[in-house]
Design a protein around this ligand. Sequence first.
Ligand SMILES: Cc1ncc(COP(=O)(O)O)c(C=O)c1O
Length: 428
Amino acid sequence: MAKMDEEGGHHVNWKDGRVSGAVYHGGEDMQKVIVAAFERYCVSNPLHPDVFPAVRKMEAEIVAMCLKMYNNPNGAGVTTSGGTESIIMAVKTYRDWARVTKGITEPEMIIPISAHAAFDKGAEYMGIKVHTIPVNPETRQVDIKRVRRAINPNTMLLVGSAVNFPDGCQDDIVALGKLASKHKIGLHVDCCLGSFIMPFLEEAGFSVQPFDFRVEGVTSISCDTHKYGFAPKGNSVVMYKDAQLRRFQYYVNPDWTGGVYASPSIAGSRPGALIAGTWAAMQYMGHSGYLESCKSIVTAAKTIAHRIRTEVTELRVLGNPPASVVAFAAAPGSSLNVLEVGDKMSKRGWHLNAVTNPAAVHIAVTRLTVPVVDQLIADLKDAIGEAKLSPSGNGTMMTLYGLGQSSPVGPTMVGHVAEAFLDTLYKA
Ligand SMILES: Cc1ncc(COP(=O)(O)O)c(C=O)c1O
């Protein structure tokens, strides 16, 4: 197994910084801190706080630190296994809240087309109807007028991202907050990807639009400690405006034969080691560490955006991304197929993400990307030259989320291929 990781072959080497997102820190020092925490809390389980009191305290402190970062020190939250679970839990919370407080039995939610697939997943699991609203093609922000028109008596929740996955742009959270307040419904801001970048932008000297609990109408926020918080994979935080709203997330069964059962989120037993690893990573980084990482990562992302805008006329940057993600599509009037450029980048060792509406390629800058920005731009120019010189006519870069690599499969087959792909993951 170790050889599979070390010896190259077809897999991508994440350590050289050419992978979009996926591994957010990768430093030896951080790895040692996390492993030390794992070792000490290897078998711990927060389902039993009486047996593992330190794990309970660490989880509470992770949540408290995130609430402080997002300017709601008196709010409430829980840790989960990742951004997707945080979002699914929020959807469940609003479903139960809407039923109890508003009598809504056929709940609906309104999400931007740029919102993460986890919202659709949560809605499918929880039986919620979803209205998907387009974004403004220039700003990439959700069309507020259309959100307003979609609101009806069954609406329980609005969603905005800060920032979204496809193009790294931020919705107009203030406008969404006004709508949510007016209609007395929830507004969830997805800061899973924005995580430990968004809250530090202002102090780092970058401009940023309001996005946190200070915005009137924001009732919950998801923040992934396992992205720019540099925690080990498997940790995220979902935060609520107050403890009362969090109650709707809990599952409590007082009549179970095995005893009174109460758990905060989907899992029963949970890995205390991940909580310890997350807590250790956060202590190790501290405010100043996160501030510095925000400065270097966002400077790199803004450099990429600026250099594409000024040096690469065949491409255009989507919207005005405020944080760490930059997406680029073919410039208006250009015959360039951007997915083909993505293919050529893959050949040069890059693992970028292909996104749709419009076809574009994105990179989520991590600490590993910071030193290879010049190489990215050079390779991009090279890849465009090659794509123009020998256009195949169809970029085959896979838009299957999480794969992001070349594949000869067209979009119509993607659904079947995605299922087959998942099957394959379990072939021993
Ligand atoms: C904006 C956004 N929300 C949610 C998620 C889901 O996070 P996870 O993959 O940790 O479940 C992601 C992941 O990339 C994301 O970018």
